[in-house]
Design a protein around this ligand. Structure first.
Ligand code: E4P
Length: 218
């Protein structure tokens, strides 16, 4: 399973990239607003692309298919790493089906059902993003849906990759990997939590203490 970083915060992306475990980045309008990108949206995206050198999702804001396609074509010129995030809806599917014939990669977002994922994959989306945390929030099993989508796309040999999105904690990453998700897109805080374990921290402290005694420096 690959990991994408789910943020528009360039400082976080810079830190995460250093670890060598991040293959891409996903943004959305809420994350962009939170990161406080002032003015030049295009430059910020290009900076992220130059840091990550992997797929970077940028969401369209248009509502109708024709405008989505125009917006996607314009964003796709910003960097070869950019892919276009388009929400599941009739206009979105229409846009995806056109963009896929132009080799513009689409991350179909806001997916909350197997039917939506299937439609996105059939329309030609490169990624389908299944929102785990938001489904959990309304009392449905978000990760069970990820597992169903993985199984369905695999069964019908549809090439779309499944992104487990709306990840809230490290256990979501564990279950996403077990469900066979191709990618989990995770907030920086979850990446940090994945690294740390109290027994590792205690183990390092113990080894340091013991090494001082072994070398007579204690
Ligand atoms: C990523 O593609 C999604 O936009 C993101 O994971 C949504 O996360 P949230 O449900 O925590 O806002």
């Amino acid at each position: 399973m690959q990991l994408f970083l789910d943020t528009a915060d360039i400082k976080q992306i810079r830190e995460a990239v250093k670890l060598g475990v991040i293959s891409g980045v996903t943004t959305n309008p809420s994350l962009v607003s939170k990161a406080g990108w002032a003015g030049d949206y295009k430059s910020a995206v290009q900076e992220i692309c130059s840091l990550v050198k992997g797929p970077v999702s940028v969401e369209v804001l248009s509502q109708d298919a024709e405008s989505m396609i125009d917006e996607a074509r314009a964003i796709a010129t910003w960097s070869p790493y950019v892919n276009i995030k388009i929400p599941v809806c009739a206009a979105g599917l229409e846009a995806i089906s056109v963009l896929s014939t132009e080799k513009i990669k689409v991350n179909m977002t806001l997916c909350f059902s197997l039917n939506q994922a299937l439609l996105g994959a059939l329309a030609g989306a490169t990624y389908v993003s299944s929102f785990v945390g938001r489904l959990d929030d309304v009392g449905q099993d978000g990760m069970e849906l990820v597992a169903q989508i993985v199984q369905c796309l695999d069964h019908y040999k549809l090439p779309a990759q499944v992104i487990a999105a709306s990840i809230r904690h490290p256990m979501h990453c564990v279950t996403a990997a077990k469900a066979g998700a191709h990618i989990a897109t995770i907030p920086y805080s979850v990446l940090t939590q994945m690294i740390n374990h109290p027994l590792t921290t205690a183990g390092i402290a113990r080894f340091l203490e013991d090494s001082k005694q072994a070398t007579g420096k204690g």
